[in-house]
Design a protein. Structure first.
Length: 359
């Protein structure tokens, strides 16, 4: 395969920084704890925080993240890595219980971003308990840190809280309650994110914690885990296409997803963290353009000049038929909407992945 695109990471980070600085979104001198900071989205957040001269504390247990996502940050004076499973308690500054994990020298945290959770469908089968714990016990522990430090708490929830909405609830707005199977193969993720949201609201009500909840929709781009074993459709298809393997579409391929490129998503997330107008809010951040999975397969096949065949396999149980966010609230409150086209985002993602293929 003659596929010689180059991906320029610095260009994307600088683009993200420019977009944020145009609206004076800066975390300079803030101490921000990012659980799940070694993952796909968390590591982009850490990159921005470090460049903006925040004090970035990345907490991760590498269950689905990777040291390679943050290796370049390890020697920065405003970056700190803590290896820990957030499902177990951890204290910063002070703990009256000597048996607890305590990071004594970090006395004040301004913002807690709880992003730690395995998030790929293949992990729902192999790691359901760890997923449930990260979003319930982990959310509770992270909220406890926010409470102790009087910090802002930001929770990364998901479109999966809506489950499989009927046609008249698509595009889906934040006030749709969801259509979720509590005992199905996806329930460890969908239901634990719903419980995580309930924890956030309970701490807001009872302990007066300042909170925000983002519902993220299908994001991909450089640093998302690569390969068919990780169960996310964009990296799957790209891997299959770059290797001239069959591209496996589930069902008839007419199910839809709203693919968004990573820098658009992280821009929306950080605007939401920063803006006071988003306090107590739940906001969808995703692309409001729906693509069928078959369309995605064809676009990736074209962009990679692949000779792969597109083949069809049975649709997994409870796989949502349509997914598309109503993003009018994000537009109104955050002055945000995605600007990267699907093709442009895929081109960059393919370029990034193709570097793996050359190794
Ligand atoms: N990428 C998406 O399209 C998407 C969509 C909806 C929601 N989200 C949410 O955004 C967040 C980040 O997702 P991502 O795509 O970057 O996934 P990811 O798997 O790349 O990142 C998750 C990170 O959390 C870490 N982690 C998991 N459990 C942990 C625990 N118990 N303790 C400490 N660290 C732990 C992992 O090692 C990893 O680094 C997740 O909460 C996910 O549910 C992502």
């Amino acid at each position: 395969m003659d596929f010689k695109l180059k991906y320029d990471f610095d260009q994307d980070v600088n683009e993200l920084l420019n977009r944020l600085s145009k609206e004076n979104i800066s975390f300079k001198n803030k101490t921000v704890l990012v659980s799940g900071g070694a993952g796909f989205l968390g590591s982009w957040v850490c990159d921005v925080l470090v460049k903006q001269r925040a004090n970035c504390i990345c907490l991760d247990n590498f269950s689905s993240g990777s040291g390679s996502n943050i290796a370049h940050l390890m020697d920065k004076d405003n970056f700190r890595f803590i290896y820990h499973d957030i499902s177990n308690p951890i204290y910063f500054g002070f703990s009256s219980y000597p048996e607890n994990v305590c990071v004594g020298d970090i006395k004040k945290i301004d913002i807690v971003m709880h992003m730690a959770s395995r998030a790929s469908p293949f992990e729902f089968k192999d790691h359901p308990i760890s997923i449930l714990k990260s979003n319930t016990l982990g959310t509770m522990n992270a909220l406890g840190i926010a409470k102790a430090h009087n910090a802002l708490f930001f929770y990364t929830s998901t479109s999966e809280v809506y489950g499989n909405p009927p046609d008249d609830a698509v595009p889906t707005s934040e006030d749709y309650f969801g259509h979720v199977n509590p005992v199905g193969p996806r329930s460890c993720y969908d239901e634990s994110k719903r419980a995580g949201e309930a924890f956030v609201k309970a701490y807001e009500l009872q302990h007066k914690i300042r909170t925000k909840i983002v519902r993220i929709f299908n994001t991909s781009g450089p640093r998302i885990r690569y390969g068919p074993e990780f169960g996310r459709v964009v990296p799957n298809f790209i891997h299959q296409a770059l290797n001239d393997q069959d591209i496996t579409v589930f069902g008839d391929g007419m199910q839809t997803r709203p693919f968004i490129y990573v820098i658009d998503e992280v821009e929306g997330i950080l605007k939401m963290v920063h803006k006071d107008e988003a306090l107590k809010e739940v906001i969808n951040i995703g692309n409001d353009k729906e693509y069928t999975i078959l369309e995605l397969a064809k676009i990736i096949k074209d962009l990679t000049n692949s000779s792969s065949k597109i083949v069809f396999k049975p649709l997994p149980i409870d796989d949502p038929i349509r997914r598309c966010p109503d993003i009018s609230k994000a537009k109104r409150i955050l002055n945000w909407e995605p600007t990267t086209s699907l093709e442009e985002g895929l081109r960059k993602t393919i370029a990034w992945f193709s570097a793996y293929e050359e190794k």
